[in-house]
Design a binder for this molecule. Sequence first.
Ligand code: HEC
Length: 625
Amino acid sequence: MMAGYVTVTKQQSLDRSISCDIFSAMHIIRFGLCLSGILMIGSASAVAAVSGEAVYAKRCAVCHEQVNERIPTHAALSMMPATRIMRAMDFGAMMSIAYPLSREEREAVAGFVGTKGGDAPPPASAFCSDRSVRVNDKAKFVWNGWSPNGDNTRFQPAAVAGLTVDQVKNLKLKWAYAFDGDVTAFAPPTFFDGQIFVGSAGGMVHAMHADTGCLQWTYQAAGPVRSAILTVPNGKQHALLFGDQTGWFYALEAETGKLLWKKHIELHDTARLTGSPVAHDGIVYVPVASWEETRSANPDYTCCTFRGSLVALQVKDGMQVWKSFMMDEPKESGKSDSGKIKMGPSGASIWSAPLIDLKRKLIYVTTGDNFSIPATLTSDALVAIDMATGKIAWSKQVTEGDVSPSEKGPDFDFGSAPMMVKNPQGHDLLVAGQKSGLVYAFDPDKKGELVWTVRVGKGSSQGGVQWGTSSDGQNIYAAVSDRGTTRGTGPGGQPIRIFDTSVGGGLTAMKIADGSKTWFVPAEKCTTPGCSPAQSAALTTIPGAVFSGSLDGHIRAYAAEDGKVLWDFDTVKDFKTVNGVKGKGGALDGAGPVIVNGMVFVNSGYPRFGGLPGNVLLAFTPDGK
Ligand code: HEC
C-alpha cells in the first residue's frame, strides 16, 4: 500500500471541464467541434503508434484545409515550429479543440504539421545590458512562491508591499511584457529585490529585471508553466523550483537558468502541476492534479485512473522522498451502459499550494472531486499529511460522494489553497473556499472539525470560490466566479452560448472569529457584450486594500474597510511592450496580483471557459514611475 492514502478526491473543473463552453472569437467553430469531438473521437487512450497525418485528417483538416480569413492554412501552419503548434493545442487558440487528444496524438500531429527545432529565441533587444542575476535571500522586498508568507494568506505587509492605501488610486502602468505566441498569461512572478522569475503558457521561464522588464536569461520547459516559481538556497547559489502542465518538475540554477535536474513526477498523461510548490529544510512538496475527468465524456475512454497526490522531493537532486496518493490504486469498478469497463477510485486532484505547519509537523492540501466510482473520503476535502512519512494523518471531507462528471456529482473541487489564520483568541484556524460557494474554517487541533461555514456565492462546477482567498489578519476575503451563460447569436446568425453579463462575481469580507460578514460588494457591472463580471482569480491583500481580478479584464483594488473600489484598470487593450512583441490583455483568472516594493504585477489573458485571450505581464507603480 502506498504511503498515505485513505481515499481520494479530485477537484477540477478548475482546469478540466473546458469543453464546449468556449466563446472567444472562435466560439462557433469551437463549439461545433467540441461536440463532434466528444461524440466522434476515437479512443484517446489508444496505445497503438499514433499517426500524425491521421490525427490531422480527422481533427484539423476540416478547418485548416479550407480558405477562411480567420483560419491559417495548412501551408501557414507548416512554417510554424512543432513546439508552437503544441502550445496552441496545450494552452493556446486550439486548446478546446485539442482537449480530447492524448499527449501522443498532440505530439504526433504537431510533428506532422510543423517544422523541427524550437521557437525563435527572444530578440537581443529584449535582454538587459547587464545580464547578471543576483538573488539576495536576506532581501527585504520578497514575494516568493504562491504567497509571500508561509500561511497562504497572500497578504503582503506594509513594509514589504511598499505601497500604501493612499497610493493605490495612483497606480499606473510602468511596463508591459508580452509572451510571444501565447494567448494565455497565468504564471505569477517571484520577486527578490528587483529580480523576477516567471513562467509562461509557452513553457518559457524568464529571469527579468523588475525595473524595466528586460530579460537576463530564458529556459524552455517541456510544457506550460503556471505554478509560481519557488526560490530556495542551494549551496552558494539558488534553485528555482516549479512544475509544468505535463507532469514534469524542474530545478534551475537561479543565477544562470541552467537546469539542475528535472523529474517526471506524474506519468499519467493528463497530469497537471498547477498548484505552486512549497519547501522546507531541503525538501520540496509538489501538488499533482489532472484533467482526466474531461475524458470521461468520451464513451470510448476507460474512465478513470488518475489519483491526486502530493510528492516530496529532495531539493538537491530531485530524489523522491515520498509520494502520498489521495486514494488506493484504481481497479475495475463496474461497466458503463455501453458495456465499457469503468476504473476507480480516481480523482482528488490537488490544484493549489500546500500549507506547511511546522508546529504540528503536518502539511495540508485541499482536494477536488472524484472522477469515477467508488467515491472516496478524501475528495472535496482538507487533507493533513505527515511531513516526515507522507502518511495521511487525517482528512475532513466537506462534500460527500462528488463523482463528476461521470456520476453527475456537483464538481465542487477545492481550487483554493488552505490558509492558516489566528482567531481573536489566538487559536489557529485553517480556512479554504470551495467551488460550492462555501468558505470553511477547520480546527487543525481537532482533525479538521468544522468551526464555521459561510456561503459567499451560489457555487457550481465553474462557480463559487475558484483560485484563492486572502486574509489580512482581521478579515477573510473571498471573491466568487459564479459565471453564467445565456443564448446569443453568432456572426453567421447561429445560436451560440455567451457569457451572461449580469451574472457572477462579488467580494465578501468576513470575520475570522465566526465568519460573520463584515461587508459584501456585488461585482462591478461589465458592459461589453459577452463579457463576464465573474471574479475567479485569487485575491491579494495589503494593509487597507484587497486586489481582485475579473474575467472582464479589470483589476480592481477594494478598500478593506468597506469594499469601496479604490482603483480600477481595464487590461483588455493592446499594449506596447518592452520586448517589442504585440501585447494584448484579456481575462484575469488563476493567480492573483503580486505586490512588492511598490510594484503590482498582473497577468492578463485566460481564454478558457469563455475568457478573453491575452499574453501580457503588466507592472504597475504609483504614477508609473
Ligand atoms: C473548428 C475549426 C478548427 C479546427 C478543427 C482546428 N483549428 Fe486550428 N485554428 C482554427 C482557427 C479559426 C485558428 C485561428 C485562431 C486565431 O487566430 O485566434 C486556428 C489556428 C491554429 C494555429 C495557430 C495558432 C497560433 O498560435 O497562431 C495552430 C497551430 C492550429 N490552429 C493548429 C491546429 C491543429 C493541430 C488542429 C487539429 C488538432 C486544429 N488546429 C484544428 C480553427 C480550427
